[in-house]
Design a protein around this ligand. Structure first.
Ligand code: ATP
Ligand code: MG
Length: 365
């Protein structure tokens, strides 16, 4: 069976380092590994509209931001198809059919939907489109017959819901769809990178992000002034705690042993640095300066490519248009198979027409 990747992001803002360590960095590695037959990377504008219906301009403006982030991180349109969700009407068509396979109470129990409803204060007034977005996400994944979905761990319940839909569809209508697997980061810190403020998740909606497009000064400013460490670690000599200490979580996500050689040679690795912090005698500022050096090293080439690409906007739109067209052909093939399996392919089914003609012919004699 072919190995196919589908994943994506909502164009509700520029992408941040949580996206990067949770999914984007992995996608680029998978792309470059050459192990996948097809890779689809989707800008999920229709999904973004489910909770931004009154703010279409926000979604429209952020398409290019997400595309620039993709290309500057190393997604290569020659190897990965970059597409815009709304340009593939087949995805809406599949969602419409999948809706029959999911109950309202199952959607209500989806932990991601629950958490997001709470975060958006939607309790009393959930838009139906938002409530049902796990179904549309299942359409996105299955339209491309994706086997692998690289995501942060907040998305696991979504993938599970998609797998249920696939199983139910295949059970009722016969083997048609492919059950996908989530691919979450092996490094625990990357599964759900916290915000600089220490909140559980770095999220565009929570204003606690370091963006891939931030300047070197902005990154350092956010690390120095906004980053939550150990509030009880007042004097350098005090023992420090790693629990909920965001600076160390980010080091877990970004730092490799070789960074110590370059920027902090008095330690061999992160464990030694952590040990010293816990014993006391290591100041937050030294940790933050090291983190800054490590992050700048990773972010600088991305930032530079982004600047270069920003001078070629029409070309980036051409890439998205070509990718969307290619993706549409793929999705249309799946829709044809789905419709045949569901027995709603009346005009393509010569047997149906012949059999009925014969039935009526037999009755009339
Ligand atoms: P929004 O607030 O609009 O939902 P978001 O910041 O949660 O935005 P999404 O577009 O919903 O971003 O998520 C895109 C991908 O990035 C998903 O695979 C998600 O799991 C991953 N991701 C998002 N935030 C993080 C994070 N803080 N840590 C790890 N992965 C993340
Ligand atoms: Mg999200």
């Amino acid at each position: 069976m072919s190995k196919i990747i589908l994943t994506g992001d909502r164009p509700t803002g520029k992408l941040h380092v949580g996206h990067y360590v949770g999914s984007l960095r992995r996608r680029v590695q998978l792309q470059n590994s050459g192990e996948y037959d097809k890779i689809f990377i989707m800008i999920a504008d229709a999904q973004a509209l489910t909770d931004n219906a009154d703010n279409p301009e926000k979604v429209r403006q952020n398409i290019i931001e997400v595309a620039l982030d993709y290309l500057s991180c190393g997604l290569d349109p020659a190897r990965s198809t970059l597409l815009i969700q709304s340009q593939i009407p087949e995805l809406a068509e599949l969602s419409f059919y999948y809706m029959n396979l999911v109950t309202v109470s199952r959607l209500q129990r989806n932990p991601t939907v629950k958490a997001e409803i709470q975060m958006r204060n939607f309790e009393a007034s959930i838009p139906v489109g938002f409530f049902t977005y796990p179904i549309s996400q299942a359409a996105d994944i299955t339209a491309f017959k994706a086997t692998t979905v690289p995501v942060g761990d907040d998305q696991l319940p979504m993938i599970e819901q998609c797998r249920e839909i696939v199983r139910r569809f295949n059970f009722i209508y016969g083997d048609t769809l492919v059950e996908p697997e989530a691919l979450i980061p092996e490094n625990e810190a990357c599964c759900r990178l916290p915000g600089t403020d220490g909140k559980a998740k770095m999220s565009k909606s929570l204003n606690n992000c370091i963006y891939l497009s931030d300047s070197a000064d902005q990154v350092w400013d956010k690390i120095r002034n906004n980053m939550f460490t150990d509030p009880n670690h007042l004097k350098v000599t005090d023992p420090g705690s790693l629990e909920g200490n965001v600076a160390f979580t980010y080091l877990d996500a970004f730092c490799r042993d070789e960074h110590f050689e370059r920027y902090l040679p008095e330690y061999a690795n992160l464990d030694e640095l952590k040990g010293h912090y816990q014993r006391g005698g290591l100041g937050d500022m030294k940790v933050k300066k090291f983190l800054n050096a490590v992050m700048q090293e990773e972010l600088e080439p991305i930032r530079n490519r982004r600047k270069e690409l920003a001078g070629r906007i029409p070309e980036v739109y051409d890439i998205l248009k070509a990718g969307s067209e290619k993706a549409r052909e793929e999705a249309a093939r799946t829709v044809d198979e789905v419709k045949a399996a569901m027995k709603i392919n009346y005009f393509e089914d010569e047997n149906l027409i012949r059999e009925q003609a014969e039935k009526y012919a037999a009755e009339s004699v």
